[in-house]
Design a protein around this ligand. Structure first.
Ligand code: ADP
Ligand code: ZN
Length: 225
């Protein structure tokens, strides 16, 4: 069996992080950990975390570092991730979160941080046509990838809707925060020899193939060996 992998995905909103993270988690047989999905589930379940996080998600603001770091720490110390690894999607998003992640993972670092590169004009189009399953988080596009039955998820039969934060104002705010808070992480990982830049254009299969090629190389030849 595939030996697993410790990966994270960076990239603007709409770059395809969720789609690629799901594919990589199947390929390397490791859990897909999406902080956005975890927070949306908490909101739907009405838990204390959900009540706390709700207003941040609706306005496109970042949930405070200590909340998301606690959430991820709890998930990464369960046995499935400590044995086989993980694909992190949407975390870290600030330098404080990246530093916390390095401490949580120590002494085993990441294999690779993958930056999905795409221009802002393309992501605005993708986000406007994006629809998601409210139950399992599967992504659709009303333009080039609609569900087979309109409004119903192909994977789980859940309702396919537009995300509450895919409004023009919240999208603008999320992209602003990406530039200010998350884009500096690209250099942060590059400085540590852990960054792979991947063009996020072309079909999802093409993008996955590009990523798997560099990840397999990084697993065979870790930095510093
Ligand atoms: P997107 O990348 O399209 O903004 P996500 O599903 O990754 O979507 O995140 C949705 C929202 O969840 C964010 O706008 C933010 O409010 C919150 N969130 C997710 N991950 C984090 C994180 N690592 N730190 C702070 N807030 C987060
Ligand atoms: Zn679904």
């Amino acid at each position: 069996m595939n030996p697993g992998a410790r990966l994270l995905i960076l990239g603007k909103q709409g770059a395809g992080k969720g789609t690629q993270a799901l594919r990589l988690s199947r390929h390397y047989v490791v859990p897909h950990i999406s902080t956005g999905d975890t927070l949306r589930q908490a909101i739907r379940s009405g838990s204390e975390l959900g009540r706390e996080a709700h207003r941040y998600l609706d306005s496109g603001e970042l949930v405070p570092d200590e909340i998301v770091i606690g959430m991820v720490r709890e998930r990464l110390t369960r046995s499935d991730t400590s044995h086989r690894g993980f694909v992190l999607d949407g975390f870290p998003r600030t330098v404080t979160q990246a530093e916390a992640l390095a401490r949580i993972l120590s002494p085993n670092g990441l294999h690779l941080a993958i930056d999905l590169e795409i221009d802002t004009a393309s992501v605005l189009n993708r986000l406007a046509s994006r629809r998601v399953c409210g139950d399992c988080g599967a992504n659709y596009s009303v333009i080039d990838n609609p569900p087979r039955v309109p409004g119903l998820c192909d994977v789980c039969g859940g309702e396919v809707v537009q995300r509450d934060d895919d409004t023009e104002a919240a999208i603008r705010r999320r992209l602003e925060l990406y530039e200010a808070e998350t884009a500096p992480l690209i250099e942060w990982y590059e400085d540590r020899g852990l960054l792979a830049r991947i063009a996020a254009i072309g079909s999802p299969d093409e993008v996955t193939e590009r990523i798997v090629t560099v990840v397999d190389r990084a697993i065979l030849h870790p930095p510093g060996t």
